[in-house]
Ligand binder design. Sequence first.
Ligand code: PHE
Length: 454
Amino acid sequence: MQNVDQRGHWGSKIGFILAAAGSAVGLGNIWRFPYITGENGGAAFVVVYLACVFLIGFPLLINELAIGRASGKDAVGAFRATRPGTPFVITGFLCIACCFLVLTYYGVIAGWTIGYAVASLAKTHIAFEEFAANPVYSIILLGVFILMTVVIVERGIQSGIEKWSKVLMPLLLVMVLAVIVRSVTLPGAWKGIEYYMKPNFSKIHATVVLKALGQAFFSLSVGWGLMITYGSYMEKRQSIVASAFWVVFMDTLVALLGGFMVFPAVFAFGKAPDSGTGLTFITLPSVFEQMPAGALVGFMFFCLLTIAALTSSISMLEVPVSYLVDEYKKPRRIAAWAVGILAFLVGIPSALSSGACKWLTHIKVFGHEGLMDILDFFVGTAVIVLIAFLCSVYVGWVWKPKAAVEEISQGAPGFTKPLIGGITMAHIWVLFVKFICPVVIAIVFLNIFGVSLF
Ligand code: PHE
């Protein structure tokens, strides 16, 4: 059911939560989280990551939802509507640019995932390097994935994103659990569980903390204007605080479960946990091959990763699409196809940057090699940290917390009720948004550009 004004609303509370959690849960949880954990020492990294998620990610998620629902607008319109005439509207444009650009290479990785699902089912062994360097496979699979994304987004909020998320999210959890059962019952899996659960805090230093923060933003979809957009479709009687909590909870749960799928299997088969970005694509298929019913397990795993990527990519596409629908009154259908086709075309160089085109594969900028890695660092990390910083400064100092607290307490009356000694949840939240989050993010940001304060 599409609204006459092309805008739309979530059909139910649970529909919104599942869609927002679907956005958060993606390649970031199942592919990025395990490999980064593996590169940063295992269990101790997990502890730091959890602190980042709950202390920085959670307050800023509430922040974005409040901006979105108060304005009822897209990422750009939200800044114009809540406090007209400030330069913070640039934040909205940054959000649109980031979602669009990240979608272009996210689609490439998701395309590989589809390829691996098909190959697992056909019991064909594919060597990652060869596969990723094949321009025909990479481009076609990118196209297939973007097409799937567009078809869902063009249907609009209720019949597209919400309906699909309701089916895909629970299915995802069932599949994750099935793979975990297989993984932890492998002989030798215990070493992996120990690596993942027994922290060794001597490995914690500033860079590890910073990496954990970066991963938290990526994984929670915070700092992309996405939660502004999804928040704008929210009803006033729905609790922003409770919804944000559920999103954080589910995203973290799937990330932690992602580790339980990967590490026991990696150790059981004597692979290195710090194999890097290839951990999923290089290690796991050969792990599956050596397992009973491996073809089926592999197929399930890659289907699951595709599903997770899809509920994220539909949200990435939704940010530019809602901008075109709101600000230029374009029909949703046309906006979705136009942005989708453009994302496919812009994504082609990324698809060629894993071996197919030498120049794109080896181009180096500040130590980042290959177009995809460069984009992931500058757009997927640096600008996202900047956006998260701008959003917290905007609400803390420009829009003013009073307005935000009023918005949040609609649907969440407990937010302004005293907890202990007259202190409310709102007081604590304001402290984080005004001071703690911007300061911590500023430290992260400086570190990205090589200024270390520790
Ligand atoms: N959070 C998603 C993931 O973990 C990535 C994403 C970022 C999706 C921003 C939408 C917007 O894969």
